[in-house]
Design a protein around this ligand. Structure first.
Ligand code: FPP
Ligand code: MG
Length: 298
């Protein structure tokens, strides 16, 4: 069924009648297709579900193309990013094309479905802007961080789940809460893996978040418990290239004070809430997606 989503995305891009765009699209590495899987599991395997899944994956791909330009990221999913190989101008335009073609198809859906997805894209753009601002300096405010994560990552997953529920005539709100929790937990796990996993496992440089200026949840929790000297040292490492020793210091401090564990438990709590919502609705396979996502190691 996922293959139908893949081929519809290709078809949408082919409709643009431009070989260069088609080639660039074909060369993009695929992710886990989490959003497409959610749509198909929630809305069933109808033609409309395949269309909605393809549209949301195109919008998501567009957001990552823009994000790699904004983050100056040279690697995505283990291969050179489009901005690295073709330059930022091409990457931005390719993002615009995928995003606007997605919207062109989205307007064919019922108004409330189109609105749910469209307003999530506004949210993720605001979230990305907030991420850029928060990354300019060390920022230990966990509320600001959580707000940014909700907008940047969870809003689109929330809208994916609720719009799929609307399509299937299911209770949109419950699925929206499920998607929101899944999205926030997903980002927190991502933040943890950035610290605990190797570059090979991640398909992008390890411990890069802090170098990029992102004070993610484990860093915020570590800062809260460090003494004055430790706080000063952690702040002094923010936003700069880290040596092996500096990386080791951060990791060992986090392990010692349980900052990684605390972040993981928070993700788990959100995940458990999503699991019980779905078990209550008789949606066991949606519950399993949460468990697998939280327990993933890449
Ligand atoms: C990845 O964050 C980025 C996002 C989830 C959203 C990016 C959103 C935009 C650029 C807004 C523009 C939207 C469209 C549709 C054109 P990250 O940098 O923390 O994760 P990463 O490690 O995967 O790069
Ligand atoms: Mg990025």
């Amino acid at each position: 069924m996922l293959e139908r989503v893949e081929s519809l995305m290709r078809e949408y891009v082919k409709e643009l009648s431009n070989d260069e765009i088609y080639k660039l699209f074909e060369a993009l590495p695929h992710g886990k297709r989490l959003r497409a899987k959610l749509v198909l599991k929630i809305a069933g395997e109808s033609d409309d579900a395949v269309r909605l899944a393809a549209i949301i994956e195109m919008i998501h791909a567009a957001s990552l193309l823009h994000d790699d330009v904004i983050d100056d990221a040279m690697v995505r999913r283990g291969v050179a990013s489009l901005n690295a190989t073709e330059g930022s101008k091409q990457a931005v335009m390719m993002g615009d094309i995928l995003y606007s073609k997605g919207f062109e198809e989205l307007v064919g859906f019922e108004r409330r479905i189109a609105k749910a997805v469209a307003s999530a894209v506004t949210q993720l753009s605001i979230g990305e802007m907030m991420d850029v601002r928060l990354s300019k300096s060390f920022q230990p405010d966990s509320d600001a961080y959580m707000q940014m994560v909700y907008q940047k990552t969870a809003a689109l997953i929330e809208a994916t789940a609720s719009s799929a529920a609307m399509l299937a005539g299911k209770e949109a709100h419950i699925y929206g809460v499920y998607g929101r929790n899944l999205g926030i937990a997903f980002q927190i796990v991502d933040d943890i893996l950035d610290i605990t996993q190797s570059s090979e496992q991640l398909g992008k440089p390890a411990m890069h978040d802090y170098e990029e200026g992102k004070t993610t949840l484990p860093y915020i929790y570590l800062y809260e418990v460090l003494d004055e000297d430790g706080k000063r040292r952690l702040k002094s490492l923010h936003g700069k290239k880290l040596s092996i020793d500096e990386k080791e210091w951060i990791k060992s401090q986090m392990q010692e004070c349980g900052a990684l564990q605390k972040a993981y438990l928070y993700a788990r709590e959100l995940g458990d809430e999503a699991v019980s919502l779905m078990r209550g609705a008789g949606e066991d396979s949606l519950a399993e997606i949460v468990t697998a996502m939280i327990e993933r190691d890449f």
